[in-house]
Design a protein around this ligand. Structure first.
Ligand code: C5P
Length: 217
């Protein structure tokens, strides 16, 4: 009966009608969390960037393209959520201007101006309900634990899930993942390599054990 809000997938930031800035996220981890939470009886809203995945059974999917659209969809729903899992790989930069017509190829290099996108999770963390549980993800290629803990604090999270995309069987596109789960209380647990569905179940187990539904609903 808990309300769960999940973000998943990449965002796509248009340069012109045919070209976008995006990343290698496939949405698999976020979809697995949404599916596992719905199977446990939660009311799940999944805000998803463009992916090729099917909507999980019983999950309300809100499709978005850009970081701005994802931000609007999440901020409009954040106050209803008891548990928030932000697994989306939101683009940090987007073209400062989107041309209504296709950029023409010209002699010489092209220099583009990129602008920062909104940090969706940071805004959720800054406006959180006191009884809400916030879980973020960190994808780091170096200094993982230090960077993850800094993000946990900066974004005011309860948990952060650290994964390293350069590791065998982990990160973008893989059906498996190997993550470290860090908590606000300072604990750190390395989970073994397992399917993303099993990672989702393990995350829900840990989060619900630390925040039983009576205290988070
Ligand atoms: O700062 P960084 O992108 O590494 O933080 C990752 C976490 O923040 C993820 O949970 C991601 O979904 C979220 N995020 C966000 N909006 C952004 C960037 C990241 O919600 N613009």
């Amino acid at each position: 009966g808990a309300s769960v809000l999940v973000t998943a997938g990449p965002t796509c930031e248009p340069l012109d009608p045919v070209r976008v800035f995006t990343n290698r996220s496939t949405g698999t981890m976020g979809y697995a969390i949404a599916e596992a939470a719905a199977a446990r009886g939660a009311d799940v809203v999944l805000v998803s960037g463009p992916t090729t995945l099917d909507a999980p059974d019983g999950v309300d999917v809100v499709q978005v393209e850009t970081a701005e659209e994802m931000n609007e969809a999440v901020q409009a729903r954040r106050d209803d959520a008891d548990l928030v899992f932000m697994a989306a790989a939101v683009a940090d930069y987007a073209p400062a201007e989107t041309s209504p017509t296709k950029h023409k190829k010209e002699e010489g290099d092209l220099v583009l101006h990129l602008r920062r996108t909104p940090d969706i999770l940071k805004t959720v963390g800054a406006n959180r309900r006191p009884d809400q549980v916030l879980v973020g993800f960190a994808l780091e290629t170096n200094d993982g634990p230090e960077n993850a803990r800094r993000k946990l604090e900066e974004k005011n999270l309860d948990w952060i899930v650290l994964n390293n995309p350069t590791e065998e069987g982990a990160g973008f596109g893989a059906s498996t993942n190997r993550v470290t789960l860090l908590s606000r209380e300072g604990t750190s647990e390395e989970l073994p390599l397992m399917s993303k569905s099993d990672v989702a179940e393990a995350l829900l187990d840990r989060v619900l054990h630390a925040h039983p539904p009576e205290s988070s609903a």
